[in-house]
Design a protein around this ligand. Structure first.
Ligand code: URA
Length: 211
């Protein structure tokens, strides 16, 4: 199935690292390091169209005008708690990016997203916002997070995840057709508990060693 709202970053380095992350016997330390490395590569693609401004600089040879990112314009918003694992890699690319946080948990019965925390930089109007969460499963958390961020009126909005599935991408597209998704892979499907198959298990537990 094709998903026009989604870019799969299928670089061999990303594929290799993702396979290592999927393995059930990968340690917490390795999982954490790999998520940071992959996030950097996902971020590289997700930031491909960031705007540049020319500035006059002096090289050892001559004066010239050269492009620079306006790093302060970028805002990373992880969905707590697992989204934090993605921003660590992205901050290596753009250390001056601002940060917001959105706290959502999944109601275990209904799988609906429930918000418990929201704080973003003031005045998002001229900023590019990237919302991050490793797993786009049912899509309910992503849909709720994007809805919440949209109320802060960002200049632009995109979504970065490690793994997506058809159900999550369809849900996201229905609610936010304007938001592009960047992911390392689109897996087969969801199981009856809302976990991605074949997936990699609970990303938060694997990242923080809580199980
Ligand atoms: N959240 C996870 O951490 N893993 C899944 O497979 C689905 C949602």
């Amino acid at each position: 199935m094709a998903f026009p709202n989604c870019t799969v970053v299928d670089h061999p380095l990303v594929k290799h690292k993702l396979t290592l992350m999927r393995r059930a016997d990968t340690s917490t330390a390795s999982f954490r390091a790999l998520l940071q490395e992959i996030s950097l590569l996902l971020g590289y693609e997700a930031m491909r169209d960031l705007k540049l401004r020319d500035e006059e600089i002096q090289t050892p040879m001559a004066k010239t005008r050269a492009p620079l990112l306006d790093g302060k314009k970028l805002v990373l918003v992880p969905i707590l708690r697992a989204g934090q694992g993605i921003v660590d890699g992205m901050l290596q690319l753009v250390p001056s990016a601002r940060m917001g946080h959105i706290g959502l948990y999944r109601d275990p019965e209904t799988l609906d997203a429930v918000e418990y925390y929201y704080k973003v930089p003031a005045n998002l109007a001229d900023r590019d916002v990237i919302v991050c969460d490793p797993m786009l499963a049912t899509g309910n958390s992503a849909v709720a997070a994007l809805q919440r961020v949209k109320r802060s009126r960002p200049g632009s909005l995109r979504f970065v995840c490690l793994l997506a599935c058809p159900e999550g991408l369809t849900n996201l597209r229905e609610h936010h057709p304007d938001v592009h998704v960047f992911t390392a892979a689109i897996d087969e499907r969801l199981d009856e508990h809302g976990y991605i198959l074949p997936g990699l298990g609970d990303a938060g537990d694997r990242l923080f060693g809580t199980k």
